[in-house]
Design a protein around this ligand. Structure first.
Ligand SMILES: Cc1cc2nc3c(=O)[nH]c(=O)nc-3n(C[C@H](O)[C@H](O)[C@H](O)COP(=O)(O)OP(=O)(O)OC[C@H]3O[C@@H](n4cnc5c(N)ncnc54)[C@H](O)[C@@H]3O)c2cc1C
Length: 414
């Protein structure tokens, strides 16, 4: 049964994060947006001290676990709590939230595809005293939505893998690679003829020889978070740093690749939570501004008597709630060990669309106030769009949804 009440612990996390978001993140949101690439060191330390495991920590506690064989299953709400926390912190500021240390996509990939030994080695780093970042590098100049196009290669040489290729748009790549304990999970092919089945994730640590950051992006939104290009030229990493098996199971199938994609079942709901936080920030601001002008939404009057703005606000609220409920279902399934690829994609598609629409509508309705850089609304509009792009665009989420609903494979629905 799905329970819509927050547990005491989740409520506590929500209140604590909300206080941080309001009192620590909001006041410096503009500063770090303007000073793109400046690391918010004090904030990072503050958040890390009370939230070791950080944003994305959800993925470190995935699915229900059996206490003992044959005994009752222990259900977790780790991912649910993290989704609640993420909504609050992104309500405070999306750029700063993404700049905070934590497992991120890299940690999620280790959790989803790593061996017990790899989890033991890499995941505790995120709970250590010093902040640590995990990033993931999939995208290449010729491979975005279509990951089968990945050209970065990994070739076995003795007891090492040798990586060659170029990755672009790696979120928190600089933070992860500058940090002595940080790492980037790099997707590379060990058999270019095998298509998706040949693609494997590799852990590349900060000091790997042959790896270099070649560019730091200047971006529209989430400017406090670094996004980098990384080149690999005969980059050598230990043989144990391949996540999962090096076997190319079946060249006609994509079984191994499905394991890799499981990372997204855990992370897409977290992106949806980010989007919901930004959308809520814009909507709260709109309502507050209107309330200061003496305009309140009259929820109980008939639709025929509503003003256009009341109708707009109710529609936005309904969409935001729908996105949150879809997302909570996806996260609940994850916590309960249920396959949630469909629900995760539906939640991300809805939330990415909704946050883009809400932030634009709020700017439109408030006119000059919305467009002014004195206030944060224009920034939220800029910060919103990325939620509809990374970890699979809105169009790709709808494609995944359609495939799941219709029971079609990649070959039938492209
Ligand atoms: C700020 C930022 C941070 C990022 N962080 C990361 C990161 O940490 N790691 C990482 O690996 N990548 C990251 N990315 C890359 C991001 O995941 C890709 O941009 C995204 O997957 C889309 O790929 P693409 O840009 O190559 O667009 P393309 O795949 O070329 O798509 C272009 C357009 O066509 C649409 N499209 C493509 N195929 C289809 C289809 N079959 N049906 C319908 N429409 C389709 C897309 O939706 C899109 O609108 C980041 C990007 C940005 C902007």
């Amino acid at each position: 049964m799905i329970d819509f009440e927050l547990s005491e612990k989740a409520r506590g996390i929500q209140l604590m994060t909300r206080a941080f978001a309001e009192n620590a993140a909001r006041p410096v949101a503009r500063k770090f947006d303007e000073e793109e690439h400046e690391r918010p060191v004090d904030l990072i330390k503050m958040v890390h001290s009370f939230m070791k495991g950080g944003i994305g920590g959800s993925t470190m506690e995935s699915g229900s676990k059996e206490k003992d064989k044959g005994k009752e299953k222990r259900k977790s709400e780790g991912n649910f709590r993290t989704a609640v926390m993420i909504e609050e912190i992104f309500w405070g500021d999306a750029g700063l939230a993404l700049a905070l240390a934590g497992p991120g996509l890299g940690g999620a990939a280790v959790q989803a595809t790593g061996t017990p030994e790899q989890k033991e080695k890499f995941l505790p780093r995120f709970s250590a005293e010093e902040p640590v970042w995990g990033a993931m590098a999939i995208t290449e100049p010729e491979a975005g939505s279509d990951t089968a196009n990945i050209r970065t290669t990994a070739v076995k040489d003795g007891n090492e893998w040798v990586l060659n290729g170029e990755k672009i748009f790696v979120t928190a790549g600089r933070s992860a690679l500058e940090d002595s304990e940080g790492f980037v999970v790099v997707w590379a092919t060990i058999d270019p003829k095998a298509g998706r089945a040949g693609i494997k994730p590799f852990i590349v640590e900060h000091n790997a020889p042959g790896m270099q950051i070649t560019k730091i992006e200047d971006k529209l939104g989430i400017r406090a978070s670094d996004t980098v290009s990384i080149s690999f030229m005969d980059c050598r990493i230990p043989e144990d740093n391949i996540l999962g098996s090096a076997e190319v199971v079946d060249k006609t199938q994509t079984k191994g690749f499905k394991g890799v994609m499981a990372t997204f079942d855990a992370t897409r709901p977290m992106v949806a939570a980010m989007a919901i936080g930004v959308g809520r920030a814009a909507l709260d601001f709109l309502k507050e501004t209107l309330a200061n002008e003496g305009i309140a939404v009259r929820y109980s009057i008939s639709p025929g008597r509503m003003t256009a703005i009341e109708r707009d606000i109710m529609e936005m609220e309904a969409n935001l709630n729908a996105a949150r409920l879809l997302n909570w279902r996806a996260v609940w399934m994850l916590d309960n060990g249920q396959r949630n690829s469909l629900q995760a994609s539906m939640a991300k598609a809805k939330a990415g669309l909704v946050v883009t629409q809400i932030t634009q509508k709020c700017v439109e309705l408030l006119g000059p106030i919305g467009y002014s850089r004195k206030l944060l609304l224009e920034k939220w509009m800029r910060d919103a769009k990325i939620n509809d792009i990374f970890e699979g665009t809105g169009q790709i989420q709808m494609l995944v949804t359609a495939r799941n609903v219709l029971g079609y494979g990649r070959d039938k629905l492209k």
